[in-house]
Design a protein around this ligand. Sequence first.
Ligand code: ADP
Length: 692
Amino acid sequence: MESEARLTDYIEKNILQTMQDAFSDMTGLAAITTNSDGTAVTEGSGFCRFCSKLAGECPLGCQLCEYSVKTGALDAQMEGKPVIRRCHSGLLIISAPIVVGDEIVGCLAGGHVLTQAPDEAECRRHAAQLGIDPEEYLTLIREVEIVPQDRIEKAMDFLYAISHFLSDMAYSKYNNDKANSEIARAAKMKSDFLANMSHEIRTPMNAVIGMAEMALREDLPDNARRYISQIKSSGRALLTIINDILDFSRIESGKMNISPVEYEPVSLFNSVAGVIMTRLFDKNVELVLNLNVDMPRLLYGDCTRIRQVLINLANNAVKFTDSGQVRFVVDFSRIDEEYIMLNVSVEDTGIGIKPENLERIFDSFSQVDSKRNRSTEGTGLGLAISKELLNLMNGQLHAESEYKRGSVFSFKLPQKVVDNTPTMRVKDPEKALAVGMFRNEYVSDGFAWDAAKLGLNVMSLAPDADLELAIDTVRKRNPGRNLFVFIDQDLFDKEKISFVEKNPDITAVMVSEFFGHVEKGPDNLLIARKPLSAMSLTMIINHGNVQFDDITEKAEVMNFTAPDAKLLIVEDNPVNLSVTEGLLEPLMMDIRTASSGKEAIRKIEEEHFDIILMDHMMPEMDGVETTRIIRRMYPDYADVPIIALTANAVSGVRDVFLSEGMNDFVPKPVDLQVLTSVIRKWIPEEKVIRAD
Ligand code: ADP
């Protein structure tokens, strides 16, 4: 049976050529492989001038030749052995089929010789039929070798053996292809199924969580509140698993798209640190964030996917670490003018991974050492997804670990630079001296590292040092320098507070836990929440009181609700959005959200808000542009406070915001107290309900 398939679908051309050359070398006869219709696949080996002329220059001659090869192979298949045919010109051709099952996918033909001298009259007749000059025809055919019968028979056996071998090769390729296409089909069916399923589950799950959230706003008996909180947190956990499965199946079926946008890397890393801080709540683990202070201000890449990878890695680090630290190191190197390579690592001092398990952790649905990890939830998909996402963005994920000591997950990711200006720059760093007094060595080391990178003079004090004495000495040795003294909240006893109060020339900074309760102290005492980073140092040194001067007494700050006040949060990043929303939950305000400047404008046309929180960096229309439009085009909004949310720590930024029509700004990562006190300050007084 003749096939539509090409011979090269089954066997590579160079293999065919090699086999055919071997036949030709061994027998001294010409050889060629063809498709099942007789058309040549390889270059002929050992062909005489007569055949080359006929096949190369005479279309009819070529067709007749192909016909002889093809019918020879068909006959050979019927007879189960190679057959000899004579071509139109009387040359002898041995043809053998190359088959897959009972289908001929190609032919191997050899010979093209004579067994006796050509008959001149016959030759002249053939030449006339083929339209070739008879004299040339005669000259060329006389050059064709005349071969004895026994040599032909030996060649026949050899040709048959080779065609068998090629048929076996073709058959195994055919089986392989069939198996692969079945595997691909099954994989696609599985991915499609998973994608549909997860989508179908996600929709009602969102409703379950949303309703639970709404129920929790009601006045509920304690038991009911506990049950509903459990529904909400289990719902969230389930949603995470479903989202993982959805992502995974999207990646598997090639439907995961990477959508690059302009983003501020420092704000991205800070906000991830903020999310991770909330998970460290009840753990004896410090989060240390080391950012390269020269990090370009704006990059172009898929920041949502980068955040997803970071949160995955950081969540794992937190999950598998009971004490010590989780350290985020964000560095970069230049590739060229336009691109940088982000080098990010998440290090932990947790349980570590055995060497034999290290490779397996990237497999999907794989959780290693499950006995030890029984208490930690997860799907075993996080790392597989992270790895694939990074691959899609031309990045690479790498893991190192020492069992029982800790792990380092790091990735390299090329990113395009949009704005090379470094995000963090301290004004006159040589004039400042940063003194650190921390109980925890990781925090202390991280602080020294960051301060040094910013070009500040830096020194560390032991947690039990005599502050008064130490500062006295430092002051004498560093005349004219501004002293910034960073002290752990739990080292800040009454004595230290009164020392700070009596020494207004120093700026003291109380480094508090993320959720810690902070009392307002003397004016020269600022508060910075962990994780301390180069970003928060820059903020403090450049802006002094700005970040914190709005904080009134903590009790005062949190002691109100505003259920009638309408708040619009404009933020393009869904994670930030939900963090901000979550932080504001206790105020019970009526919160709406918009994910872009355009959407914000649509929303303010639909209803009236009492206050707007406006992210600074957003694609298309940023916060400043959106504010400009609101102020100019919507007179109803002339007096509505607009508060900028920004990760921009460059000095002078406050003035820029104010001159553009914003009323205030809150630095990112958003601090609960700062945000609450700014809202308290700006919402209409009649909408504030004091709790006492
Ligand atoms: P999961 O959702 O189960 O955490 P991952 O793919 O993220 O899935 O991780 C796979 C496995 O790799 C985990 O179950 C754990 O055994 C191991 N692992 C990942 N990160 C760490 C880490 N930082 N320390 C120790 N083990 C880890």
